[in-house]
Design a protein around this ligand. Structure first.
Ligand code: NDP
Length: 447
């Protein structure tokens, strides 16, 4: 519970202003609660009005996205870009295409992105955008026409030194290609205005792998600081998208055994260790469903309902699907079955109740904004390569990613020790991320 008066007032204002935005309120509450020891010591930040501005996006753009489906019918979706904070660099953050997208979700993601980007050590502000469009079940032509229409509006708000989008749920290589192509056509500019681009047109090696690999590098640092390692551990990875697949791949390389993965319909359990080549073929090549896995591995089981994955005994859980996918009940199951570490690949996958369970059970907890910052870090490296007109090798990018994740862990660890409870990496991530942005906001005056 917050006691600091300034923090309480800011939180009450957010709740009163946007009572219909539960995810945004959840994200802001978690961060403000952990900032108390900093704000107690830094009244100058309150004096400079940093807090009020920190929780309010600089700009929100909302627009109509009309497109024509394969049957010739006009469809209309809603597009958004939340330009949250540009104190330390141009807005940077992904686009999400999913039917659940609304302003509450994009504001929570944009808010988290500000802190995450600050932790990367790279000069990037925070933003997020997307649409309630569902690419699932659409033809390539429909996805292309939607992306082109989306960009017909978005292009005027983005740019190399203004706002650099990337992918997120539902926005992979195909969507980024169509979006970038339309931006280039409209602007007559071949700028590095998107990250996550294809390798033939300015993308970075290891960007596809970055979030999942980075998650394992962060997790390994956290385990090492507590006398443990991923090698030999049993691991659950939820989701089977970009983050999940490469988290599973790196965890296996590090000697862990990944025994389960999921999609939004259900989960597979393969006690022999998941065969990632089969998952990649289903998900990356055929855009199929995870239940098809058991056709190739009849010894594995498929269960409907994605939450059931948290009932499988494991040492380490890597949620990599979506927000609030682990609730209090799932967290208690994990703890009961011996899980001692949860490290987050997805954004805000744990509910506040789940996080309480982690702390009550003295589990190691790697919060998303630190643990999954590898993706945006390599996006930053993609921007550097574009600016230098150079391409670094996979090994070079991977090496830099590893070094960044190490630094991020060290920053969370140090801030937790200085301001909060040692080992509380959630507080450490929030505090370290906040301080850099807050200093920049104060220095730039009331803007
Ligand atoms: P993808 O679209 O590639 O994959 C998402 C995966 O999650 C799919 O397997 C999807 O299944 C599954 N999923 C979606 N909703 C649910 C649900 N309710 N229950 C179980 N599974 C579900 O997205 P990403 O891998 O890119 O993103 C995953 C998470 O990681 C998101 O929270 C995103 O914000 C975060 N993230 C992504 C980064 C990146 O670089 N891509 C960077 C940092 C964070 P289905 O196929 O059935 O929809």
């Amino acid at each position: 519970m917050i006691e600091n008066k300034a923090l309480l007032e800011v939180l009450e204002t957010v709740k009163a202003r946007d009572p219909h935005e539960p995810e945004f309120i959840q994200a802001v509450t978690e961060v403000l609660e952990t900032l108390e020891p900093v704000i107690d010591r830094r009244p100058d930040l309150v004096e400079a009005g940093v807090l009020e501005r920190f929780v309010e996006p600089e700009r929100i753009i909302s627009f109509r996205v009309p497109w024509v489906d394969d049957a010739g019918k006009t469809r209309v979706n809603r597009g958004y870009r939340v330009q949250f904070n540009s104190a330390i660099g141009p807005y940077k953050g992904g686009l999400r295409f999913h039917p659940s997208v609304n302003l509450s979700i994009l504001k929570f993601l944009g808010f988290e992105q500000v802190l995450k980007n600050s932790l990367t050590t790279l000069p990037m502000g925070g933003g997020k955008g997307g649409s309630d469009f569902d690419p699932k079940g659409k033809s390539d032509g429909e996805v292309m026409r939607f992306c082109q229409s989306f960009m017909n509006e978005l292009y005027r708000h983005i740019g190399l030194d203004r706002d650099v989008p990337a992918g997120d749920i539902g926005v992979g290589a195909r969507e980024v290609g169509y979006l970038f192509g339309q931006y280039k056509r409209l602007q007559n500019l071949y700028g590095g205005v998107f990250t996550g681009k294809g390798l033939t047109y300015g993308g970075s090696l290891a960007r596809r792998e970055a979030t999942g690999y980075g998650l394992c590098y962060f997790t390994e640092e956290m385990l090492a600081a507590n006398g443990k390692t991923l090698a030999g551990k049993t691991v659950l990875v939820s989701g089977s998208g970009n983050v999940a697949i490469y988290a599973a791949e790196k965890a296996m390389t590090m000697g862990a055994k990944v025994v389960a993965m999921s999609d939004s319909s259900g989960f597979i359990h393969d006690p022999n260790g998941v065969d990632l080549a089969v998952i990649k073929e289903i998900k990356e090549v055929r855009r199929g469903r995870i239940k098809e896995y058991v056709e190739a591995h009849p010894d594995a089981t498929y269960t409907e309902g994605s939450r059931g994955i948290w009932g499988i005994p494991c040492d380490v859980a890597l949620p990599a699907a979506t927000q609030n996918e682990i609730d209090g009940e799932s967290a208690r199951l994990l703890a009961k079955n011996g899980c001692f570490c949860v490290s987050e690949g997805a954004n805000m996958p744990s509910t506040p109740e789940a996080i309480e369970v982690y702390f009550e059970n003295k589990m190691l907890y790697g919060p998303a904004k630190a643990a999954n910052a590898g993706g945006v870090s390599v996006s930053g490296l993609e921007m550097s390569q574009n600016a230098l007109h150079l391409s670094w090798s996979f090994e070079e990018v991977d090496e830099r990613l590893r070094a960044i994740m190490k630094q991020i862990f060290a920053a969370c660890d140090a801030a937790a020790k200085e301001y909060s409870t040692p080992g509380n990496y959630m507080a450490g991530a929030n505090i370290a991320g906040f301080l850099k942005v807050a200093e920049a906001m104060k220095a730039q005056g009331c803007v």
